[in-house]
Design a protein around this ligand. Structure first.
Ligand code: G4P
Length: 197
Protein backbone atom coordinates (compact mmCIF):
# COMPACT_ATOMS: atom_id res chain seq x y z
CA UNK A 1 0.00 0.00 0.00
CA UNK A 2 1.81 3.01 -1.34
CA UNK A 3 0.31 5.63 0.99
CA UNK A 4 1.42 3.62 4.02
CA UNK A 5 4.91 3.04 2.64
CA UNK A 6 5.30 6.79 2.07
CA UNK A 7 4.11 7.53 5.59
CA UNK A 8 6.61 5.04 7.03
CA UNK A 9 9.42 6.53 4.93
CA UNK A 10 8.55 10.12 5.85
CA UNK A 11 7.45 9.81 9.48
CA UNK A 12 8.86 6.49 10.76
CA UNK A 13 12.06 6.38 12.79
CA UNK A 14 14.45 3.47 12.60
CA UNK A 15 15.49 2.92 16.21
CA UNK A 16 17.72 -0.07 15.47
CA UNK A 17 18.03 -2.75 12.81
CA UNK A 18 15.11 -4.50 14.59
CA UNK A 19 12.74 -1.73 15.65
CA UNK A 20 10.75 0.81 13.66
CA UNK A 21 9.08 3.63 15.60
CA UNK A 22 5.77 4.80 14.16
CA UNK A 23 4.25 6.54 17.15
CA UNK A 24 3.34 9.67 15.17
CA UNK A 25 0.62 7.87 13.20
CA UNK A 26 0.00 4.35 14.55
CA UNK A 27 1.30 3.48 18.02
CA UNK A 28 0.55 6.63 20.02
CA UNK A 29 -0.74 9.53 17.95
CA UNK A 30 -3.10 8.12 15.32
CA UNK A 31 -3.67 9.41 11.79
CA UNK A 32 -7.41 8.80 11.26
CA UNK A 33 -7.34 9.47 7.49
CA UNK A 34 -4.57 6.89 7.06
CA UNK A 35 -6.43 4.42 9.31
CA UNK A 36 -9.53 4.85 7.13
CA UNK A 37 -7.52 3.99 4.01
CA UNK A 38 -6.00 1.00 5.82
CA UNK A 39 -9.50 -0.15 6.77
CA UNK A 40 -10.64 0.16 3.15
CA UNK A 41 -7.65 -1.84 1.91
CA UNK A 42 -8.21 -4.72 4.38
CA UNK A 43 -11.93 -4.68 3.58
CA UNK A 44 -11.13 -4.91 -0.14
CA UNK A 45 -8.74 -7.82 0.32
CA UNK A 46 -11.18 -9.82 2.46
CA UNK A 47 -14.40 -8.64 0.79
CA UNK A 48 -15.46 -12.08 -0.46
CA UNK A 49 -14.72 -14.05 2.69
CA UNK A 50 -18.02 -13.59 4.52
CA UNK A 51 -16.31 -12.04 7.55
CA UNK A 52 -18.65 -11.64 10.54
CA UNK A 53 -16.17 -10.35 13.12
CA UNK A 54 -12.84 -8.57 13.42
CA UNK A 55 -10.55 -9.66 16.26
CA UNK A 56 -7.56 -7.63 17.42
CA UNK A 57 -5.46 -6.99 20.54
CA UNK A 58 -5.18 -3.82 22.59
CA UNK A 59 -3.98 -1.22 22.14
CA UNK A 60 -2.47 -0.42 18.75
CA UNK A 61 -4.48 -2.99 16.81
CA UNK A 62 -7.74 -1.27 17.70
CA UNK A 63 -7.59 1.72 15.31
CA UNK A 64 -6.98 -0.25 12.08
CA UNK A 65 -9.38 -2.96 13.27
CA UNK A 66 -12.22 -0.50 13.88
CA UNK A 67 -11.77 1.08 10.46
CA UNK A 68 -11.86 -2.36 8.87
CA UNK A 69 -14.98 -3.28 10.85
CA UNK A 70 -16.60 -0.05 9.70
CA UNK A 71 -15.93 -0.90 6.05
CA UNK A 72 -17.08 -4.52 6.36
CA UNK A 73 -19.98 -3.52 8.62
CA UNK A 74 -19.10 -6.07 11.31
CA UNK A 75 -18.26 -5.75 15.05
CA UNK A 76 -14.71 -5.55 16.36
CA UNK A 77 -13.56 -7.41 19.48
CA UNK A 78 -10.19 -6.69 21.07
CA UNK A 79 -8.34 -9.12 23.29
CA UNK A 80 -7.48 -7.62 26.65
CA UNK A 81 -4.01 -7.88 28.14
CA UNK A 82 -5.18 -7.03 31.64
CA UNK A 83 -8.07 -8.40 33.59
CA UNK A 84 -11.17 -6.24 33.40
CA UNK A 85 -13.10 -5.34 36.58
CA UNK A 86 -16.45 -6.13 35.02
CA UNK A 87 -15.39 -9.02 32.86
CA UNK A 88 -14.53 -11.99 35.00
CA UNK A 89 -16.53 -14.95 33.74
CA UNK A 90 -16.75 -16.82 30.48
CA UNK A 91 -13.34 -15.82 29.23
CA UNK A 92 -11.32 -17.53 26.52
CA UNK A 93 -7.63 -17.03 27.24
CA UNK A 94 -4.26 -17.65 25.61
CA UNK A 95 -0.64 -17.00 26.53
CA UNK A 96 1.44 -14.60 24.46
CA UNK A 97 5.19 -14.48 24.84
CA UNK A 98 6.91 -11.32 23.64
CA UNK A 99 10.52 -11.88 22.58
CA UNK A 100 10.91 -8.12 22.27
CA UNK A 101 9.83 -7.45 25.84
CA UNK A 102 10.87 -10.79 27.33
CA UNK A 103 7.55 -11.27 29.08
CA UNK A 104 4.54 -13.55 28.84
CA UNK A 105 1.02 -12.17 29.11
CA UNK A 106 -2.32 -13.83 29.31
CA UNK A 107 -4.76 -12.33 26.82
CA UNK A 108 -8.51 -12.83 26.93
CA UNK A 109 -11.77 -12.35 25.07
CA UNK A 110 -15.27 -12.90 26.47
CA UNK A 111 -16.77 -16.11 25.14
CA UNK A 112 -20.07 -14.36 24.37
CA UNK A 113 -18.48 -12.26 21.62
CA UNK A 114 -17.13 -15.16 19.53
CA UNK A 115 -18.86 -18.36 18.52
CA UNK A 116 -18.88 -21.21 16.02
CA UNK A 117 -20.99 -19.23 13.54
CA UNK A 118 -18.34 -16.53 13.23
CA UNK A 119 -15.84 -16.10 10.43
CA UNK A 120 -13.01 -14.04 11.81
CA UNK A 121 -10.47 -11.64 10.38
CA UNK A 122 -7.59 -10.91 12.78
CA UNK A 123 -6.05 -7.43 12.45
CA UNK A 124 -2.88 -6.18 14.15
CA UNK A 125 -0.47 -3.28 13.79
CA UNK A 126 2.86 -5.16 13.70
CA UNK A 127 3.86 -8.69 12.78
CA UNK A 128 7.28 -9.49 14.21
CA UNK A 129 7.68 -12.98 15.65
CA UNK A 130 3.97 -13.65 15.35
CA UNK A 131 3.34 -14.47 18.99
CA UNK A 132 0.42 -12.05 19.36
CA UNK A 133 -1.17 -13.45 16.19
CA UNK A 134 -0.69 -17.02 17.47
CA UNK A 135 -2.41 -16.10 20.74
CA UNK A 136 -5.36 -14.58 18.88
CA UNK A 137 -5.58 -17.61 16.58
CA UNK A 138 -5.60 -19.86 19.66
CA UNK A 139 -8.57 -17.89 21.05
CA UNK A 140 -10.43 -18.03 17.72
CA UNK A 141 -9.87 -21.80 17.54
CA UNK A 142 -11.06 -22.31 21.12
CA UNK A 143 -14.27 -20.38 20.31
CA UNK A 144 -15.05 -22.72 17.42
CA UNK A 145 -15.10 -19.80 14.96
CA UNK A 146 -13.51 -20.07 11.55
CA UNK A 147 -10.39 -18.02 10.75
CA UNK A 148 -10.41 -16.25 7.37
CA UNK A 149 -6.94 -14.75 7.72
CA UNK A 150 -4.69 -12.20 9.35
CA UNK A 151 -4.36 -8.58 8.24
CA UNK A 152 -1.22 -6.76 9.32
CA UNK A 153 -0.41 -3.07 8.93
CA UNK A 154 3.40 -3.42 9.11
CA UNK A 155 5.08 -6.79 8.65
CA UNK A 156 8.76 -7.06 9.54
CA UNK A 157 9.53 -9.71 6.96
CA UNK A 158 13.03 -10.28 8.32
CA UNK A 159 11.52 -11.77 11.48
CA UNK A 160 9.83 -15.17 11.69
CA UNK A 161 6.13 -14.37 12.09
CA UNK A 162 4.92 -14.08 8.49
CA UNK A 163 6.62 -17.27 7.35
CA UNK A 164 5.52 -19.18 10.45
CA UNK A 165 1.86 -18.27 9.87
CA UNK A 166 2.01 -18.92 6.10
CA UNK A 167 3.64 -22.30 6.75
CA UNK A 168 0.55 -23.17 8.83
CA UNK A 169 -1.65 -22.40 5.82
CA UNK A 170 -2.91 -19.12 7.28
CA UNK A 171 -3.60 -16.30 4.85
CA UNK A 172 -1.55 -13.25 5.83
CA UNK A 173 -2.20 -9.90 4.16
CA UNK A 174 0.37 -7.25 5.12
CA UNK A 175 -0.05 -3.68 3.84
CA UNK A 176 3.64 -2.80 4.23
CA UNK A 177 6.35 -5.43 4.26
CA UNK A 178 9.66 -4.26 5.66
CA UNK A 179 12.56 -6.29 4.31
CA UNK A 180 15.26 -4.54 6.31
CA UNK A 181 15.95 -1.76 8.78
CA UNK A 182 19.73 -1.94 8.30
CA UNK A 183 21.83 1.25 8.24
CA UNK A 184 18.99 3.32 9.63
CA UNK A 185 16.93 2.87 6.46
CA UNK A 186 13.59 1.26 5.77
CA UNK A 187 13.67 -1.08 2.77
CA UNK A 188 10.41 -2.60 1.61
CA UNK A 189 9.94 -6.00 0.04
CA UNK A 190 9.04 -5.50 -3.59
CA UNK A 191 5.31 -5.17 -4.09
CA UNK A 192 3.14 -6.38 -6.92
CA UNK A 193 3.08 -3.65 -9.59
CA UNK A 194 -0.66 -3.00 -9.24
CA UNK A 195 -0.26 -2.32 -5.51
CA UNK A 196 2.13 0.54 -6.25
CA UNK A 197 -0.15 2.39 -8.64
P1 G4P B 1 5.04 -10.59 17.98
O1 G4P B 1 3.69 -10.49 18.63
O2 G4P B 1 4.95 -10.50 16.47
O3 G4P B 1 5.81 -11.82 18.41
O4 G4P B 1 5.82 -9.33 18.40
P2 G4P B 1 6.77 -8.98 19.63
O5 G4P B 1 6.48 -9.86 20.79
O6 G4P B 1 8.12 -8.93 19.06
O7 G4P B 1 6.23 -7.53 19.92
C1 G4P B 1 5.63 -7.12 21.10
C2 G4P B 1 5.08 -5.72 20.97
O8 G4P B 1 5.99 -4.91 20.25
C3 G4P B 1 3.77 -5.63 20.21
O9 G4P B 1 3.08 -4.49 20.65
C4 G4P B 1 4.26 -5.36 18.77
O10 G4P B 1 3.25 -4.74 18.00
C5 G4P B 1 5.39 -4.43 19.05
N1 G4P B 1 6.43 -4.38 18.02
C6 G4P B 1 7.18 -5.39 17.52
N2 G4P B 1 8.08 -4.92 16.65
C7 G4P B 1 7.90 -3.57 16.61
C8 G4P B 1 8.54 -2.51 15.90
O11 G4P B 1 9.47 -2.67 15.11
N3 G4P B 1 8.06 -1.25 16.14
C9 G4P B 1 7.04 -0.99 17.00
N4 G4P B 1 6.65 0.28 17.13
N5 G4P B 1 6.42 -1.96 17.69
C10 G4P B 1 6.86 -3.22 17.49
P3 G4P B 1 2.46 -4.31 22.10
O12 G4P B 1 3.47 -4.38 23.16
O13 G4P B 1 1.34 -5.26 22.21
O14 G4P B 1 2.02 -2.81 22.07
P4 G4P B 1 0.67 -2.04 21.79
O15 G4P B 1 -0.17 -2.82 20.80
O16 G4P B 1 -0.03 -1.91 23.10
O17 G4P B 1 1.11 -0.75 21.19
Amino acid sequence: MRLLQEKIKNDGQVLSDQILKVDSFLNHQIDPALMLEIGKEFAKRFANEGITKIVTIESSGIAPAVMTGLQLNVPVVFARKRKSLTLTEGLITASVHSFTKQETNEISIAQKFLNAEDKVLIIDDFLANGQAALGLIDIVNQSGAELAGVGIVIEKSFQDGAKMLSDQGIRVESLARVASLANGEVTFKSEKVEELV
